[in-house]
Design a protein around this ligand. Structure first.
Ligand SMILES: [Cu+2]
Length: 1021
C-alpha cells in the first residue's frame, strides 16, 4: 500500500486512520489460517497436443494444453510419460481443463510440466517453463502457490520434467481463469502459451456441492444404469434408464473403480474435467427434490423462481489469437488473403471454431458436409447445422484432405487440391462431439463464462435466454449480451429455470461474440434444449452410429453423427423417451411411427442443404398468403452458376429439385406441435419413481409449453405466464426491409446501398423523400404480445462497391433480443437445426421459381408464365406483393423489383421483470437486427431498436402531439416520444439513439459509374 505524502496535519491524521481501517479489513491469511472443508486434489500435466479446430481442417500444430495425468499416455510407450513424449488418450477430446471445487474447499494442484523441452515449431513460445496460475483464488501456503515468476518472489514455475504443487482456497461461488504464467507474451504480442491453448478454468460451486458429468457416451449411460439381480438394466415404467449417480466402472473395465458420473473419488481426487457438469447440493439418489441445495443458499429474486435446484453448468471459454493453420491454402494466397483474412478461423470457444470463410470456400470447392449444397450461397448458411453440421466437430477425414499444414502455409493455391465430394466417415468424441452444450427443457442452467484469450474484448450474446448481471440483486440489469475481457469471468444464471426460458422453447439457441468480425471468424456455439430423453447414440465397433441408431443427420457422414447422452438432473421429472423412432439412412433422418420424435427430428430438412422456413410462418391476410407465388418448400441438389474471385462471390441457382411442404406443418411437425401443446407429460424421476396416471396429481410431470400452436410460434407460444396461461395485450407491427440511396450529411455524403427498416405506411414517403430516413425505433408496453410482420424489398445481391465484395444477400430476418419467442421459428435466423426463419428477397423467390421451372421443364418463365402448369408448385409464377405491389425497376433489368415479395411472421412477448417488491422493471431497450447477412450489411444500416415501456403507457409525438401506435402497421413511430404512463407523475420524454460503426459513405458526386450514382432522393439531415 502506497504511503501518500501528507498535505496538512489534519489530513494526515484522517489518512492514517483510514489506512488502519483498511489494514484491519485485509488482515493477512497467515493470521487466520485457512480451514479447508475438503482438500480436492488434481494431478495436472501440461503437454504439447496437436488438435483440430473443426471438421474442415483448421488445425493447431503448436497446441499446448493441460490435462489430468490419467487422461494422457506416452506417444512412444517405450519411453514412458516424460516431457515431450505425451499425448491425450484417444477417446479424450482436447478441451480446456476445468477443475471444480466448492466454497470452503481447498484445491491442491499437483502439477508436472511435460512440455517438450524445445518448442515443437516456431509458433510456440521459446520459454518452456510452465506452471498453473489461477486468477482470483486465495493462496493457502505461501506465494509459491501463485504459479508465477514475478518481482522479488522465488519462481513457482517449473522446467520440463519438473513438478510443483499449488494449493488454493475458494471463498465464494464463481469461476477463475487458469493459465500458465511461464510465457505470457509471444511474438507480435500474441499471448505466448495462452494463444497456443494452455489455459482452463477452476469453477467454484456452492458450499458442499457435489459434481457429476452432464454429457456422456451411450456406453457410460448403460454402465451407470441400475441393474437387477441378474445384471439386467432397470428401466422406469416410462422407459427411461434408472440411474445410479454414484456408479463406478465395473471390474474388468479399463477404468475399473473410477466413478462414471461423479467427478471426485471417495478420496476427493478429481477424475473428470468436462466443460459441462451437473452440480448437486445434496444426495442425488432419491425421489422428488433430491439433490437440492439447502434453503436460503441464495437471496430471493423473482426472475429466478427456484435457485436451489441442482443445476447444469456450461463452462464457456472465449479465446483469441490462436494462430490456427487454416483449412485451405487460399487463406495465404498473396491476392486472395485480402478477401479471406477477415473470415479465417481465428476466434474460438473451448478450442473450437466455425469461421465463415472456410465454410463458404468448402461449399464452392465441393467438400465437407455442404459439398453439394446448391442453395448455399454466402453468409446465410453459415450457422445452420443442416448445411454445415454442428460447429467445431472433429472427424476422421477433414474436408481439406489431402492438404497438409505445409501446403496451406505455402500460400500457393495450387499446392494441393482438396479431394471433392464427401470424405469423412465418422465424428470423434461421442460424449463431446461439437461446440454444442446440452440440457432438457426446464433444467436450471448456469454458464461459467471466462475469457482465456490474450487480447480482444468480446460481447457474449445468447439467443432466446437471459441472465442478470448480478443474480443476487433483484434490481440488477436484465441481459442477453455482456462484455468480457482477457482474464475476466462471470456466472450467468439463466432466468426462469433456464432451459427453454418462460415459454419452454425447444431447439438451438446460439451464443456468439456480437462483434461481427469475431463471430465470422468462428466465435459461436449452441445451447441445445431437448424435449425428449437422449441416452447417447449407440455406436458400432468402429465408433460409428450403429445401423438403426438415433443419430444426427449429416451431409457428408452417411452414418450420421453421435448425440451425447444427456444425464438428467436428479430429483426432477425426466424428459420422456422419443415417441416416434429415428434412424439415419444415407445421412438423412428417417422417422417411423407416430408422435414426437424429439428435436430436431421433426424439422423436415435435408442433410447438407438449407433448412425450410418454419410452418405457420407466412402471413395470411384476408385469405391471401404472402408467399409471392412460392409456397413453403425445401430444396435439394441442383445446378448453379457461381463466381469466386477476390471481388465477387455471386452464386445463382439455375435448376433445382424442390419439395413443397405444408404451410400448416408436415405430419411429423404436427405431431411435435401436438406434443408441445400438452403442458404436463406424466413421467418418472431418475430414481425410478413414476407418475404414470395421465392427469394424476403427483409432481412427476415433464412440462412443455401447453398453449396452441400459433403463427410465428408453432412449438412455444411466447405470450404465456409461468403457470401456462395465455396472457398479453395484442400489438401488431408491419415492417419492411428496404434499400435506397440515403444522404448522411448536410454536405451530401451518401450511401447508395443503405439498407434499413420502415413500417409499411412509411415506405413510400421514405422512398419519395417526404420522410427523413431513420433507424426503425418502435415501442411496446410491458405485457404486450407482439406480432411482427417482415416484408423484404431488398435486392438479393449486395453490389460490389469500394468497400465490400459482391455477395448474395438472398434472405433477411428480424432477430430480436430479450423478448420471449419460439427459438425454432421466431429467432430471425437459421441457427443449428432450427428452421430458416427469414423472408426471401423477391430476387431469391424469382430465382428459385426459375430453377424449379427449369428442373421441371416448364415452358415460359416465372414472370410471364407460359406453361399449362403455371401457378402450381411445379411451375410457380411470381406474384406482386399484396401491399407493395410489383414495385419499381430500379436496377433496369426489365422486371419489377418487388415481384415475388413475401411477408413472414415473428411472435414476441414483452414479459415483465419483477423485483422483490413486485414492481415491473420492464425489459427496457431491445436491440434487433438481421441475422442472415449482418457482416455484409449491418454497417449499411440494417439495425433497429424496440423499447419496452411501462404497462399501460401511451406514446405521443413531443412536437405534433400525434399519438403513436394506432395505425394498422403499428405506426406512427419515431426516435422521440413522450411516454405518458398510467401514473401521470412517472411520465417522461424519451430520445432513442442507435450507435453504429463502419458506416459506408460516398462523397457527393463521386463514382458516377456506381449503381444508384445519381445521389439520394431524400432530404439531407
Ligand atoms: Cu469478440
Amino acid at each position: 500500500m502506497e504511503n501518500h505524502p501528507s498535505r496538512g496535519g489534519l489530513r494526515a491524521v484522517a489518512t492514517s486512520a483510514a489506512l488502519m481501517a483498511v489494514l484491519a479489513l485485509c488482515a493477512p491469511p497467515a493470521a487466520h489460517a485457512v480451514i479447508c472443508n475438503r482438500t480436492i486434489t488434481a494431478d495436472v500435466v501440461a503437454l504439447d497436443q496437436v488438435f483440430f479446430w473443426n471438421r474442415l481442417g483448421a488445425v493447431q500444430p503448436h497446441g499446448m494444453i493441460y490435462a489430468l495425468r490419467r487422461d494422457v499416455v506416452p506417444i512412444n510407450g517405450a519411453h514412458g510419460l516424460v516431457a515431450g513424449n505425451v499425448m491425450l488418450r484417444e477417446d479424450k477430446r482436447p478441451r480446456p481443463i476445468v477443475l471444480r471445487m466448492a466454497v470452503g474447499d481447498c484445491l491442491q494442484i499437483d502439477f508436472q510440466n511435460l512440455l517438450n523441452p524445445t518448442p515443437v515449431d516456431n509458433e510456440q513460445p521459446a520459454t518452456r517453463h510452465a506452471g498453473v496460475h489461477v486468477v482470483g483464488l486465495q493462496l493457502v501456503h505461501s506465494i509459491a502457490d501463485d504459479g508465477s515468476n514475478v518481482g522479488a518472489n522465488g519462481s513457482s514455475l517449473v522446467a520440463p520434467g519438473g513438478s510443483a504443487t499449488y494449493t488454493l482456497y475458494a471463498e465464494r461461488e464463481g469461476q477463475h481463469v487458469l493459465h500458465s504464467a511461464g510465457a505470457m507474451t509471444g511474438g507480435d504480442g500474441n499471448g505466448g502459451s495462452s494463444a497456443a491453448g494452455l489455459f482452463g478454468a477452476v469453477n467454484v460451486e456452492p458450499e458442499g456441492a457435489v459434481f457429476y458429468r452432464s454429457q456422456i457416451t451411450r456406453e457410460d449411460t448403460e454402465l451407470a444404469t441400475e441393474k437387477d439381480g441378474f445384471g439386467h438394466p432397470i428401466f422406469t415404467a416410462a422407459g427411461q434408464p434408472v440411474l445410479d449417480y454414484d456408479a463406478v466402472y465395473p471390474t474388468g473395465h479399463p477404468k475399473a473403480g473410477t466413478p462414471i458420473l461423479r467427478m471426485l473419488t471417495a478420496g476427493n481426487e478429481l477424475v473428470h474435467t468436462d466443460l459441462t457438469a451437473i452440480i448437486v447440493g445434496s444426495d442425488p439418489n432419491g425421489g422428488f427434490g433430491a439433490g437440492r441445495f439447502p434453503q436460503g443458499t441464495y437471496p430471493l429474486n423473482p426472475v429466478f423462481p427456484d435457485r436451489e435446484q441442482p443445476f447444469r453448468e456450461f463452462t464457456i471459454i472465449y479465446h483469441d489469437e490462436p494462430g490456427a493453420v487454416q483449412a485451405f491454402p487460399i487463406f495465404n494466397d498473396p491476392v486472395f488473403k485480402h478477401t479471406t483474412h477477415s473470415v479465417r478461423d481465428a476466434f474460438a470457444i473451448n478450442y473450437g471454431t466455425g469461421g465463415i470463410g472456410a465454410e463458404i470456400l468448402a461449399n464452392r470447392l465441393g467438400v465437407g458436409p455442404m459439398w453439394e449444397c446448391a442453395g448455399c450461397k454466402y453468409e446465410e448458411f453459415f450457422l445452420t447445422s443442416w448445411a454445415v453440421g454442428d460447429p467445431a466437430m472433429v472427424v476422421d477425414i477433414p474436408a481439406n484432405a489431402p492438404c497438409t499444414v505445409q501446403d496451406v502455409k505455402s500460400g500457393n493455391v495450387n499446392a494441393c487440391t482438396p479431394q471433392p465430394g464427401p470424405k469423412a466417415t465418422k465424428a470423434f468424441y461421442p460424449d463431446d462431439p461439437s461446440n454444442v452444450y446440452h440440457s432438457y427443457l426446464m433444467d436450471h442452467v448456469k454458464f461459467r463464462l471466462l475469457h482465456g484469450g490474450v487480447k480482444e474484448h468480446h460481447i457474449h450474446h445468447l439467443h432466446a435466454h437471459q441472465w442478470e448481471f448480478a443474480a443476487d440483486s433483484d434490481e440488477s440489469s436484465y441481459l442477453d449480451s455482456q462484455a468480457i475481457g482477457p482474464g475476466a469471468s462471470f456466472t450467468l444464471e439463466m432466468v426462469y429455470n433456464g432451459s427453454g426460458n418462460r415459454n419452454q422453447t425447444v431447439g438451438d439457441s446460439i451464443f456468439h461474440c456480437h462483434f461481427y468480425p469475431h463471430f465470422a471468424m468462428g466465435m459461436w456455439s449452441f445451447w441445445r434444449v431437448h424435449d425428449v430423453l437422449e441416452v447417447g447414440t449407440e455406436l458400432d465397433a468402429e465408433g460409428r452410429p450403429s445401423g438403426g441408431a438415433r443419430a444426427l443427420p449429416d451431409g457428408e457422414i452417411a452414418a450420421g453423427t453421435p448425440i451425447p447422452g444427456v444425464v438428467p438432473l436428479p430429483g426432477l421429472p425426466m424428459a420422456p423417451v422419443p415417441q416416434a423412432d429415428v434412424d439415419i439412412v444415407a445421412g438423412n433422418a428417417v422417422v417411423t411411427g407416430a408422435g414426437n420424435p424429439g428435436y430436431p427430428f421433426f424439422i423436415p430438412g435435408i442433410a447438407g442443404h438449407r433448412p425450410p422456413h418454419p410452418p405457420l410462418d407466412l402471413v395470411v391476410e384476408n385469405g391471401v398468403v404472402h408467399d409471392g407465388g412460392l409456397p413453403r418448400h425445401v430444396i435439394g441438389p441442383g445446378e448453379v452458376i457461381e463466381v469466386h474471385t477476390r471481388l465477387d462471390f455471386t452464386k445463382e441457382i439455375e435448376a433445382i429439385e424442390a419439395f413443397e411442404l405444408a404451410e400448416a406443418g408436415e405430419p411429423v411437425e404436427q405431431a411435435a406441435m401436438a406434443f408441445h401443446e400438452q403442458r404436463f407429460h406424466p413421467t418418472c424421476l431418475p430414481d425410478g419413481t413414476c407418475d404414470t396416471a395421465v392427469g394424476g396429481s403427483s409432481n412427476v410431470k415433464f412440462i412443455t409449453n401447453g398453449l396452441p400452436r400459433a403463427q410465428g410460434a408453432p412449438y412455444a407460444e411466447p405470450c404465456i405466464d409461468d403457470f401456462g396461461n395465455a396472457v398479453g395485450s395484442p400489438r401488431q407491427y408491419k415492417a419492411a426491409d428496404i434499400q435506397l440511396d440515403v444522404a448522411l450529411t448536410k454536405s451530401g455524403w451518401h450511401f447508395p446501398q443503405q439498407r434499413m427498416i420502415a413500417l409499411w405506411e412509411d415506405v413510400a414517403p421514405t422512398f419519395s423523400g417526404a420522410r427523413p430516413p431513420e433507424p426503425l425505433f418502435f415501442r411496446a408496453n410491458s405485457d404486450d404480445c407482439i406480432t411482427y410482420w417482415l416484408a423484404n424489398l431488398v435486392p438479393g445481391i449486395y453490389e460490389l462497391d469500394d468497400f465490400q465484395v459482391r455477395t448474395p444477400t438472398d434472405i433477411l430476418g428480424q432477430h430480436i433480443h430479450l423478448v420471449k419467442f419460439d427459438v425454432t421459428s421466431s429467432d430471425g435466423s437459421g441457427n443449428g437445426w432450427n428452421y430458416e426463419d427469414g423472408t426471401f428477397s423477391p430476387d431469391e423467390v424469382r430465382e428459385r421459381m426459375h430453377a424449379i421451372r427449369a428442373h421441371n421443364n416448364c415452358l415460359g418463365d416465372e414472370v410471364s408464365g407460359g406453361d399449362p402448369r403455371d401457378g402450381t408448385f411445379t411451375c410457380p409464377v411470381a406474384e406482386p406483393h399484396p401491399f407493395f405491389g410489383a414495385g419499381p425497376d430500379a436496377n433496369n433489368d426489365g422486371v419489377a423489383d418487388w415481384l415475388g415479395g413475401q411477408t413472414t411472421v415473428q411472435k414476441w412477448y414483452a414479459d415483465d421483470v419483477l423485483n422483490n417488491a413486485g414492481e415491473d422493471r420492464t425489459l427496457r431497450t431491445v436491440f434487433t437486427h438481421d441475422h442472415f447477412g449482418p457482416s455484409t450489411h449491418q454497417q449499411a444500416g440494417l439495425y433497429a431498436g424496440l423499447v419496452i415501456e411501462p404497462e399501460g403507457s401511451t406514446w405521443r409525438h413531443p412536437e405534433t402531439g400525434q399519438i403513436f401506435g394506432n395505425r394498422h402497421d403499428g405506426g406512427p413511430t419515431s426516435w422521440r416520444a413522450d411516454i405518458l404512463t398510467a401514473d401521470v407523475d412517472d411520465s417522461y420524454r424519451e430520445f432513442l439513439l442507435e450507435f453504429a460503426d463502419f458506416q459506408l459513405a460516398y462523397e457527393e458526386g463521386s463514382h458516377p459509374e456506381l449503381p444508384f450514382a445519381g445521389g439520394p432522393v431524400g432530404p439531407r439531415p
